[in-house]
Design a protein around this ligand. Structure first.
Ligand code: NAI
Ligand code: MG
Length: 353
């Protein structure tokens, strides 16, 4: 049975970086010996200009069928707005995993001192289908002029399922879980979270649990990023904290992500957006997409061998081959050159047995 990948490059740097993700995935399939079937669809702003739809009915059908049949994953690039929210909602992709690690060869690119950033290896577990992003919207006109509100909403089941994912991930990793919240100012919403977290802490007694108000969490991440393992956060706080963590390791372009539902169906994409300022120049960092493909191999296809092959090639390649965002004062390569260098390294590793 082939591994089916639905490729949606999207807009801005999406197509450039996704091309390298596909290159690496294709090489991994050849080397590790699994069959790959790729289907590509135009989505996003470009698709809307062409057809009036951010995503076609055909693309949605492919996703519906892929979810039902299994062995299917979405590789996504980036879009300015839709259809990313639509896909997250339609497939209930509530569990957003965003690993962040420092690379020794990039410590000069980090704004932090090497002794602070070195050894950073954390995972932001961000809830992805609720919070203000999907909250009730109201607007009107009052004595203060025009007003608008968008509700922060969580129920117990939403908090419980993402917290369970975070505890499970912590158990697989270094067994530490930190919860980022704002109970002091948004009491009712976080009392729902605490209601489910209290029994889970007992159930996962082997996981060391602590928590911070999210503002302090941001400061702690800057001061001692290497101390954290898994960070659990609601949608908005997780969005902000993971971009902050990307800045700490030197570039947002380095970060991959997986967005999963309870059936194991998922969408894999770089954490960053369309980066319009650098789009079309072949200078964007493709590692966010390449490492997302590695996550796909693990989570969607259970090919730990392919994930390890890709991650080892990235680690070995970046000291000598880096795009402008991570090259520091050294020479830089293009998006395509970095993708090719990673692939070449994977083939060399395979050839050397
Ligand atoms: P962005 O993530 O596109 O860019 C932020 C900064 O990081 C920019 O300086 C950019 O040049 C840099 N950067 C990002 N990716 C990079 C890469 N691969 N290599 C080198 N540098 C990179 O965020 P921004 O500018 O806030 O948003 C741009 C657009 O992307 C907006 O329309 C936003 O809505 C959309 N967006 C889409 C997402 C998605 O499709 N999932 C996620 C985040 C933003
Ligand atoms: Mg973001």
């Amino acid at each position: 049975m082939p591994m089916n990948v639905i490729v949606m490059p999207g807009d801005g740097i999406g197509p450039e970086v996704t091309r390298e993700g596909v290159r690496v995935l294709t090489a991994a399939a050849e080397i590790c010996g699994f069959e790959l079937e790729l289907r590509q669809f135009d989505v996003g702003e470009g698709a809307f200009q062409e057809s009036g739809d951010y995503i076609s009915a055909e693309a949605l059908r492919a996703c519906d069928e892929g979810q039902a049949e299994g062995n299917t994953a979405i590789l996504f690039g980036a879009v300015p707005s839709e259809p990313i929210g639509l896909l997250r909602e339609r497939y209930d992709l509530y569990a957003n995993l965003r690993p962040v690690r420092s690379y020794p060869s990039l410590s000069s690119v980090s704004p932090l001192r090497p002794e602070v950033i070195d050894g950073t290896d954390l995972l932001v577990v961000r809830e992805l289908t609720s919070d203000v992003y999907y909250g009730k919207q109201r607007q009107g006109h009052g004595s203060g002029g025009e007003w608008a509100s968008q509700e922060m909403y969580y129920d117990e089941s939403q908090a419980r399922r993402i917290a369970t994912v975070a505890f499970e991930e912590a158990r697989r990793r270094r067994k530490r879980l930190t919860f980022a919240h704002k109970s002091n100012a948004i009491g009712p919403v976080f009392s729902v979270w605490w209601k489910v977290l209290t029994p889970l802490r007992e159930q996962y007694g082997d996981v060391v649990f602590d928590d911070f108000y999210v503002d302090n969490m941001a400061a702690q991440l800057c001061l001692r990023p290497a101390d954290f393992d898994v960070i659990l956060a609601p949608n908005l706080f997780g969005d902000i904290l993971s971009d902050l963590a990307g800045g700490l390791v030197g570039s947002l372009g380095l970060l991959p992500s997986a967005s999963l539902n309870d059936r194991g169906f998922g969408l894999y994409e770089p954490v960053s957006g369309t980066a319009p300022m650098i789009a079309g120049k072949n200078i964007a960092n493709p590692l966010g997409s390449i490492l997302s493909v590695a996550m796909m191999c693990e989570h969607a296809f259970h090919r730990t061998d392919a994930r390890e092959l890709i991650e080892a090639a990235v680690l070995a390649t970046i000291p000598t081959c880096a795009t402008a965002d991570i090259s520091g004062s050294g020479p830089s390569v293009t998006t395509a050159e970095l993708g090719k260098a990673v692939t070449d390294h994977m083939r060399e590793t395979a050839a050397n047995g």
